[in-house]
Design a protein around this ligand. Structure first.
Ligand code: NCD
Ligand code: ZN
Length: 366
């Protein structure tokens, strides 16, 4: 059996890094595995201007330098996104994209998820924004769920595709679209059979768990995220999509840390913190499916190719885990304050086949 696995340095095409103490606590986990990450803009207030995005980018780099040192900060590139509101100025997007500050813009249907209140209620209200993005080739990243409370939560992605996404792609046939964190066979099929300008990210957790995990032995808030995990047949369809070799599917963790008290509460927040062992989690899936040789394309090639960015030039090495290598049940993370941030990582208490052996900082993409 192979005992080491070396792949081209991967990127994370969907990530929540937060701000302040949480940012400082978590950013090192991503930077040790990934050379770049598409950073979600759902802060409070959301990132809607070029100046805000630049300032946030600087805070990310500063937090990485403070927590992991200068080499770590030099080797990680945060790729910034704009948060689409109904009043965002298309000229601001064009400016930011032209300057290389914005890599993409994110569409949150208002009310769909964490900090989405400032999002879009009616796509008709951002028509000129979408026309601009289509013209300049700027990718639109979509949280694909309808928000109508009358639609069952497990159906919201499939209904979004029918009611919103199909008409949107018809109105903007040249728009580059990434359907983020897909969770259903419907989405996997739709993307697989769609045009080349349509792709999707897939999280590690949706490859590992189905909706039963939320209720295994009791209510399990650490498995609650949006879009919510679906039935087993959907998980299997996602595994087939991720590991099948199609360039339309690529890695996006949707790692979304919330303080432990906000998860384990009467109204717990949505979001799974998978950043600490993300590449290991994906490697496990590819190995279980017998296609470890396809991990690199999914993790390191399909994403940059879709975004029109160079591939990373370095490599990361994974090693087979030892018998004592189980994932911690809790992580107490330094954050620059006197009290550490406590987070429950995805796979808490489990053993995974592979382990990134040590912190390794990358050199920048060419
Ligand atoms: C994300 C968050 O907490 O910001 N939560 C989640 O469950 N994925 C938002 C999102 O991506 O929907
Ligand atoms: Zn997300």
């Amino acid at each position: 059996m192979t005992s080491t696995l070396s792949i081209r340095t991967p990127d994370d095409w969907h990530l929540h890094l937060r701000d302040g103490e949480m940012l400082q606590a978590v950013v090192g986990h991503t930077a040790r595995q990934f050379a770049r990450a598409i950073v979600m803009p759902n802060l409070k207030p959301p990132i809607t201007t070029v100046e805000q995005a630049k300032a946030y980018r600087d805070r990310i780099t500063a937090a990485l330098r403070a927590s992991q040192g200068a080499d770590a900060a030099a080797g990680f590139t945060p790729l910034m996104t704009a948060y689409l509101t109904e009043t965002i100025n298309p000229a601001e997007l064009e400016l930011g994209y032209g300057e290389g500050v914005f890599s993409a813009a994110k569409l949150y249907p208002a009310g769909a998820t964490t900090n989405s209140d400032a999002g879009v209620r009616d796509l008709a209200n951002i028509q000129s924004v979408l026309e601009t993005m289509e013209r300049i080739g700027m990718p639109l990243l979509i949280h694909g769920e309808v928000t109508d409370p009358a639609v069952d939560i497990f159906d919201r992605e499939a209904v979004f595709i029918e009611q919103q996404l199909i008409p949107l792609l018809q109105r903007h046939p040249g728009l580059k679209v990434v359907l983020e964190h897909i969770t259903t066979a419907d989405a996997a099929d739709f993307v697989a059979t769609g045009p080349d300008n349509l792709a999707a990210t897939i999280t590690p957790h949706h490859l590992h768990i189905n909706r039963n995990a939320l209720f295994q032995g009791g209510l399990r808030p650490d498995f609650y995220c949006l879009p919510i995990a679906k039935r087993e047949r959907h998980r299997l369809a996602l595994r087939a999509a991720a590991t099948g070799g199609s360039s339309k599917f690529f890695l996006g963790t949707d790692s979304a840390p919330h303080p432990r008290g906000s998860k384990e509460s009467a109204c717990g927040c949505a979001g799974i913190y998978n950043a600490p062992f993300a590449i290991e989690s994906y490697a496990q899936v590819f190995e279980e499916e017998g296609v470890l040789d396809r991990l690199e394309a999914f993790a390191s090639v399909h994403g940059p190719t879709f975004y029109g960015l160079p591939l990373n030039t370095g490599t990361i090495a994974l090693e087979r885990s030892g018998s004592n290598d189980s994932i911690p049940g809790l992580m107490e993370l330094e954050n620059g304050s006197t009290t550490p941030t406590t987070l429950v990582p995805f796979h808490a208490g489990e053993a995974l086949n592979w382990r990134l052996n040590q912190a390794q900082w990358h050199t920048k993409a060419a």
